[in-house]
Structures are given as structure tokens and as C-alpha cells.
Design a protein around this ligand. Structure first.
Ligand code: SF4
Ligand code: SF4
Length: 87
């Protein structure tokens, strides 16, 4: 399950983008978004979601429309880590 940002609640503080270990968060035309194909729920990096834990206004939540198993998240982490290590 990826996480998503509720635009109406986001105050654009940039904390989540800086905390995300997989580079899944970006700002597009003044709106922060999470790429669900890069979000591992922080699996492989940290025991809890860094963006959700750090957001000062609780604007980040699990996306019920993007559900993944632990195995799928770990596989995604391995793929992203390979790319990050090759850069
Ligand atoms: Fe990035 Fe983790 Fe948030 Fe996903 S849950 S967007 S990997 S900080
Ligand atoms: Fe928006 Fe929360 Fe991210 Fe700050 S941490 S940019 S308020 S979603």
C-alpha cells in the first residue's frame, strides 16, 4: 500500500520530500505528491513511514486504492535499491 498526500491539508513544508528514502515525493505545480510506484511504505529503509510520521499536519495516509503485500513492497525496495546503488 503506497501512501498519498491530501492536498487540502498540506501546508507545503517540504519535510516529507526530504525524509523520503526512495525519492517518491515530489512537488508538482505547488502540490506535493507521492509516486506510488516508488513508495515502499518505507519497507527496507525504516520501521515506519517517515513521511507520515514527520508531517506536521497529518496530511499523509495509506492509499486504500494501492494495496500491496509485504513481499511486493520488499521486491519494490530491492529494485529501487539496485537503481540507487548504480547511480
Ligand atoms: Fe517515501 Fe516512506 Fe513516505 Fe513511501 S512511506 S513516500 S517510501 S517516506
Ligand atoms: Fe505537505 Fe505534510 Fe509533506 Fe509538509 S510533510 S509538504 S505538510 S504532506
Amino acid at each position: 500500500m503506497a501512501f498519498f498526500i491530501t492536498a487540502d491539508e498540506c501546508i507545503q513544508c517540504d519535510v516529507c520530500r526530504l525524509e523520503c528514502p526512495s525519492g517518491a515525493i515530489f512537488s508538482d505545480e505547488q502540490q506535493y505528491q507521492i509516486d506510488p510506484y516508488l513508495c515502499t511504505e518505507c519497507v527496507g529503509y525504516f520501521p515506519e513511514s517517515q513521511c507520515a510520521a514527520g508531517c506536521p499536519v497529518d496530511a499523509i495516509s495509506p492509499d486504500p486504492d494501492f494495496v500491496e503485500s509485504r513481499d511486493e513492497l520488499e521486491h519494490k525496495f530491492q529494485l529501487i535499491a539496485e537503481i540507487q546503488n548504480s547511480c
